[in-house]
Design a protein. Structure first.
Length: 344
């Protein structure tokens, strides 16, 4: 009996080791530079020559930091971005739609997983959406014209996605933007200032529209005024002591127009980092300009939940709600176009 028990324990140890090895082999392992080989292979650099017009490289290389001790739940961020780029996540069965994903990080860093790669199971694998996750320049790191560098990267990214649409199986008329937290401010700025001249034309891609077809904002920074702003985002974008005119000009609710794309807005009522009032003032501005808007305010979720921090909460439904809304928007638009084409 004792020998049998020893054999069972040895077999169990061997089996456990084999399973662990198989699991480790199945997980993408970050390569040198902090990205997986697949992510590195899928990079799409934003600018010819890698630097944006008029910019100079920052001192030190781009810096990716892993904050998680669990290899199955990576939590990386990047800063010191001199050479902005997209990482593309492609579905096996693309539905033709694409999202430019702008993660948050308080304009201090760009998070890569919680509001980037973690979206893949819901939006790419099950949803069929092609994701282009943006590593954008940060305004407080020493770039010229720092207030406009995140928007310049977002405009250029939308144009590049459209320029390469056929290569990725994307309909150039189904390219939306999804932004989280400070990335939500970038996305809202793109949705309301898509035609602002924030960089000189560099090639044929810049002749394409930078207007996203849809905007999806998740716990976004919107207002940069003294009452409901996220102080860190405001300081890094506008400086330590911005004047009232600058705070008004860079508060996204003040740049909404009737040409802003349809919006899907999502926030938790108990967010103690970026107050839910940011989303509410933006929704009010969109409605005032007649922009089609879907608004979801959930009672719990806090800030930065992405798709991981929603277990047991009603906010866990948001990826499905977002996908359904996207499909409805495109179906409605296509139907209206068909009806218009048959009108006498």
């Amino acid at each position: 009996m004792q020998q049998t028990g020893i054999v069972h324990r040895v077999l169990a140890c061997l089996l456990g080791g084999l399973l662990a090895a198989a699991a480790a082999h199945a997980r993408p392992v970050p390569a040198a530079g902090g990205e997986t080989p697949a992510e590195q292979a899928s990079r799409l650099m934003l600018w010819p020559g890698r630097l944006a017009p008029g910019d100079t490289a920052l001192a030190g290389a781009e810096h990716i930091v892993e904050r998680s001790a669990d290899p199955a739940m990576p939590d990386r961020y990047i800063d010191r971005v001199s050479h902005p780029y997209l990482v593309v996540y492609r579905p096996a069965r693309p539905d033709g739609s694409a999202l430019l994903v702008v993660p948050g990080g308080g304009y201090q860093r760009v998070v890569l997983d919680k509001e980037g790669s973690a979206l893949v199971p819901d939006l790419v694998t099950r949803g069929g959406v092609t994701l282009f996750v943006l590593r954008y320049r940060l305004p407080a790191e020493g770039h010229p014209d720092p207030r406009e560098v995140p928007l310049a990267d977002a405009q250029r990214a939308i144009r590049l996605i459209r320029a390469h649409a056929a290569e990725y199986g994307v309909d150039p008329h189904k390219v939306g933007v999804m932004g989280f937290s400070a990335g939500g401010h970038v996305a809202a700025s793109l949705a309301t200032r898509f035609d602002a001249r924030v960089y000189p034309r560099v090639d044929a891609a810049d002749a394409l529209s930078a207007r996203p077809d849809l905007q999806l904002l998740v716990y976004p920074v919107i207002d940069l005024g003294p009452l409901i702003a996220h102080p860190g985002s405001r300081q890094r974008l506008l400086g330590a002591h911005p004047d009232p005119a600058s705070m008004r000009a860079y508060s996204a609710q003040n740049t909404v127009t009737a040409a802003s794309p349809p919006a899907f807005l999502l926030h938790a009522q108990d967010d103690d980092v970026v107050p839910v009032a940011n989303t509410l003032v933006y929704a009010q501005a969109l409605l005032a300009h007649g922009v089609s808007t879907e608004l979801h305010v959930f009672p719990q979720g806090g800030h930065g939940f992405g798709v991981r921090g929603t277990t047991g909460l009603t906010v866990a439904a948001w990826p499905r709600l977002a996908l359904d809304w996207m499909r409805w928007q495109y179906a409605t638009r296509d139907t209206n176009k068909q009806e218009d084409s048959h009108a006498p």
